[in-house]
Design a protein around this ligand. Sequence first.
Ligand code: PLP
Length: 386
Amino acid sequence: MTITEMDRQFVAHTYNRFPVELVSGKGSRAYDTNGKEYVDMGSGIGVLSFGYCDPVWQSAVTAQLGQLQHTSNLYYTAPCAELAAKLCEKTGMSKVFFCNSGAEANECAIKAARQYGRVTRGEACSVIVTMKNSFHGRTLTTLAATGQDHYHEMFTPLTPGFVHATAGDFDEFVRLTREYPVCGVMLECVQGEGGVIAMDPAYVKAVAEYARENGILVMIDEVQTGNGRTGKMYAYMHYGITPDIVSTAKGLGGGLPIGATLLGEKLADIFGFGDNGSTFGGNPAVCAGALSIVNRLTDSFLTQVTEKGSYIRARFDGAPGIESVSGLGLMVGLKTVKPCSAVVSECLSRGVLCLTAKDKVRLLPALNIPQQDLDFAVNTILDVCR
Ligand SMILES: *Cc1c(COP(=O)(O)O)cnc(C)c1O
């Protein structure tokens, strides 16, 4: 039995995989069983912040693995505390809850917001406004938060307490907050799965201001946009707002599972002992790796991320076969004349791994992708699209 056959027989068919079996990677390059080399413009869906087997990350993780790989949350460990301190230092947030994925980080954000609504305005104040076309995860509650009906259909009844607003329509948002007992508003500054769509800054600012004035929490889902992806530590920093809750995951761990929910001042004491938990959350080896990532997201490094993003945009803007370029920093959406899935398969056969999001080609390269690899990928995509 080949690996492909074994996978098809024994792994649940939730993913329609490409016919490629990857065996190793270094930096922005991945290799399959035939030794074919690929430049990876997807980085495991924005997870491999510093590429495959980045030596700094790898030595941080392996050193910790050789010392203490897990303890449970009954005991203190240095990597967990140090990562939390670093995240608070970089954001001005007050406390961090660690878990293992983006969906779980959003679950914690939702729990914190409901608890806050209950404490400040009573039991009924539990509704969260999210945006149409958003994506917040696959658990039953984060699916309910996700503003895309086609994700819901198979799994009803979902968790109640979510209403979906049209991004950009401030009056509708205000109406929803008057109609429902709203404790929070949750949004992605750049919708990722929804098609790499950056939110209008005026809308985000107006929503955040109105929310603050009305005791509604501002909850930013930075699972995909976070940890340097857009050229700032978190994408909300482009928008001049101060969130109450930030959830993040994907790129934070550099390739190992981690989720984090950052709680602002108002929520610093929202949880007491036993109010939330995760067996693996704050795992020392994962946190040691994440700390090695976050420590390198300096201002000068983030400037290079912005420059790489601008370079990609300049190359694609107005090029033959490219209708439009969207996103922020190294989160790039390409509306192509050819169907995005055809572009992605042709790129794959020519040695470039790309993603899609809705009807767009989506690029989330490693934040430190070498210029040579970036040029090869961009030239290949341009040639495929023309
Ligand atoms: C990927 C993603 C999630 C879900 O993260 P998982 O780690 O797959 O649970 C949630 N929100 C956004 C914005 C995402 O991009």
